[in-house]
Ligand binder design. Structure first.
Ligand SMILES: [Ca+2]
Length: 221
């Protein structure tokens, strides 16, 4: 966590909210060809419940996910069936660039390889981290998984006219050389997790609420 990352996320977050806030405006904020497209209504397994019993968790239900960028920042966007709020214990994740050194042993993973780039927004009310939604980014291949600095900032949540919402997290492109112009992010996945895993990892629980397989690559402009 860095002060710079927090300030950047806050400022850019406010700018982004201004840009995409007009819900129901003529032009959809969702791009015609998002990086990830997933079916609606397939998020289940919140908290410690049995994943075999489907439960609707609309705030964790990813419909689309995509990246945008400008010359200084990159933003991850998740279109979800309802706006997450604090207390929902939902973490939205987009990751990309398969890790060539991954041993693929984590049972939570959607496919065999973990990813170098990890973009996330967290909504939760317990633990020692901030009691507001926050963004988190790491390049695990640059710094070593979980060992390097996590860059945190403030996300935006935009309610759309149909009851769905867009959650966005903006990050400085200086955080990783993989975010330089013309670099391509590959193997992009989108997932939602039960955010309680962050401080209750010793307890058995269902972590993944929704998941989409790898989608379209993203070329940083
Ligand atoms: Ca879904």
């Amino acid at each position: 966590m860095t002060r710079v990352g927090t300030v950047v996320g806050t400022v850019i977050g406010a700018m982004l909210l201004t840009l995409i806030a007009p819900a129901g405006a003529e032009r959809s904020p969702i791009p015609p060809r998002p990086n990830i497209t997933d079916i609606a209504g397939d998020a289940n397994g919140i908290h410690y419940s049995d994943v075999a019993t489907p439960v609707q968790i609309p705030e964790a239900d990813i419909i689309e996910a995509w990246f945008t960028n400008d010359h200084k920042t990159i933003t991850a966007h998740w279109h979800v069936s309802a706006a997450p709020e604090m207390g929902d214990s939902v973490q939205l994740v987009m990751d990309g660039n398969p890790d060539p050194n991954d041993d693929a042993t984590e049972v939570q993973r959607v496919s065999s390889k973990s990813r170098c780039l990890f973009f996330s927004v967290v909504f939760r009310t317990v633990g020692t981290v901030p009691d507001k939604p926050y963004t988190a980014f790491i390049d695990g291949c640059l710094y070593g998984e979980l060992g390097g600095p996590w860059f945190m900032g403030k996300p935006t949540v935009t309610q759309l006219g149909d009851g769905t919402a867009i959650v966005s997290g903006t990050f400085s492109r200086t955080l990783s050389p993989a975010l330089k112009t013309k670099r391509v992010i590959t193997g992009i996945r989108a997932r939602s997790w039960n955010a309680d895993w962050l401080n209750e990892q010793s307890r058995p629980m269902i972590r993944t609420l929704d998941a989409a397989p790898p989608g379209r690559d993203y070329k940083v402009r």
